[in-house]
Design a protein around this ligand. Structure first.
Ligand code: UD1
Length: 367
């Protein structure tokens, strides 16, 4: 049984790790395919080192480009890879351009496609990741959902129950496996921070950072909040260039993007996190750290109904008011069902069970 496991961008690496581990443990042959969508040491290499993820078996070397350029290059190179490597199934994770590209190629090659993180919906079609999610789900034979709301979304879109598997959250497998190790690092010391004495910011969504007036308004709100609670802002390359041109108070510290363990250490001792990331909404819920999401919608409403997240939009006064309220009265820590560190194992069971049932393999080939 040979399974290609695809990762392309920063938020994919911590999702693919528990899946590769569980498939390897179950006796499958896995090819770890890195598309190269993210390629900087800080956006890619450090995650392999921090997570103990083996070097990619295949590197497609795609790099940056427009959406069409990036997606097309991944499709061409992934198709070439599949043409020379007999493969039974392809696992794609999340909602980045690499997810979309590889799911389409795999479906057209007639392979079993498994989408990990299926069923999340922001219902905002202007968000590139929403297009990627919907198309990846449509190509997938196996829809591996992280939470009950995602299962409901898939049922409402007409997917069959035998395609849908509620497996839990693979990103939280990695978080639970690494939190103790992360907290032993001298991350806070290196940044001259005290546990519980600071907040964390991340912003990289095109809708928040590509327009300078929108970004300036958000930064104004963050500067206000930072006068009471100092904020540390590890900036994505997309955002960093734009921030460099702005005047920021010393209480709003922009730093380089952090590796997985350092960012986990930073999040876990923060009093508040302000973000537009998808994954950070989930990680803060699992850590019990208050999170304000600076967007108009979220594909992860479970982190609001069953976690520590609050959707506050992008209006500066609303952000400042919410931050004051949350700092005075933090939400109760709680975590959705099956965010328990075993999601990767459930993914492997579902995929191996599917391949076996589809008689692509004899049962004796499985282990
Ligand atoms: C991508 C994903 C997004 C995810 C985010 C996390 C898509 C559509 N978007 O957005 O879902 O939340 O990653 O990081 O797939 N760049 C570098 N170095 C790198 C990678 C990118 O400098 O290693 C620069 C690129 O040149 C580009 C910008 O960052 O100018 C954006 O990169 P891109 O991969 O297009 O999208 P992200 O904004 O990173």
């Amino acid at each position: 049984m040979r399974i290609a496991c695809v990762a392309g961008a920063r938020p994919n690496f911590m999702k693919i790790k528990p899946v590769v581990d569980a498939l390897d443990y179950a006796g499958a042959t896995t090819d770890l395919v890195h598309t190269g969508q993210h390629y900087d040491a800080a956006m890619s290499d450090v995650f392999f080192d921090d997570l103990g993820l083996r070097s990619p078996d295949v590197h497609l070397g795609i790099g940056s480009g427009t959406h069409a350029e990036q997606t097309a290059r991944v499709m061409i190179e992934f198709e070439r890879h599949l043409a020379t490597t007999p493969t039974d199934a392809v696992v794609v994770v999340g909602d980045v351009n690499s997810t979309l590209a590889c799911s389409i190629v795999a479906a057209k090659a007639g392979l079993v496609v498994a989408h990990v993180e299926a069923g999340l919906r922001s219902r905002d079609w202007s968000m590139p990741e929403e297009v990627n999610r919907v198309v990846a789900d449509r190509t997938a034979d196996l829809l591996l959902a992280p939470s009950a709301d995602a299962v409901e979304n898939l049922r409402a879109e007409g997917y069959r129950d035998d395609q849908i598997h509620l497996v839990g959250n693979v990103m939280i497998d990695t978080l639970l496996a690494n939190t103790d190790r992360a907290r032993q690092r001298p991350t806070l010391l290196g940044l001259d921070l005290e546990p519980g004495g600071y907040g964390v910011v991340t912003l990289h969504r095109p809708s928040n950072v590509d327009d300078s007036a929108t970004l300036a308004a958000l930064v104004g709100a963050l500067a206000d909040i930072s006068r009471d609670t100092p904020l540390v802002f590890p900036a994505h390359p997309r955002t960093a260039g734009r921030l460099a041109a702005m005047q920021l108070p010393t209480t709003l510290r922009v730093i380089e993007p952090l590796g997985y363990l350092d960012f986990l250490a930073l999040q876990s001792d923060a009093t508040i996190v302000l973000t537009d990331s998808g994954g950070i909404q989930e990680e803060t819920t699992a850590l019990g750290v208050p999170c304000l999401t600076l967007r108009e919608n979220t594909e992860r409403p479970i982190t609001i109904t069953e976690g520590t997240n609050e959707l506050v939009g992008t209006e500066p006064d609303a952000i400042c008011a919410a931050a004051r309220r949350v700092l005075e009265s933090p939400p109760e820590a709680r975590c959705p069902d099956l965010w328990d560190g075993q999601a990767g194992v459930r993914v492997a069971e579902a995929l191996i069970g599917h391949l076996s049932a589809s008689q692509r393999l004899r049962p004796t080939d499985l282990i």
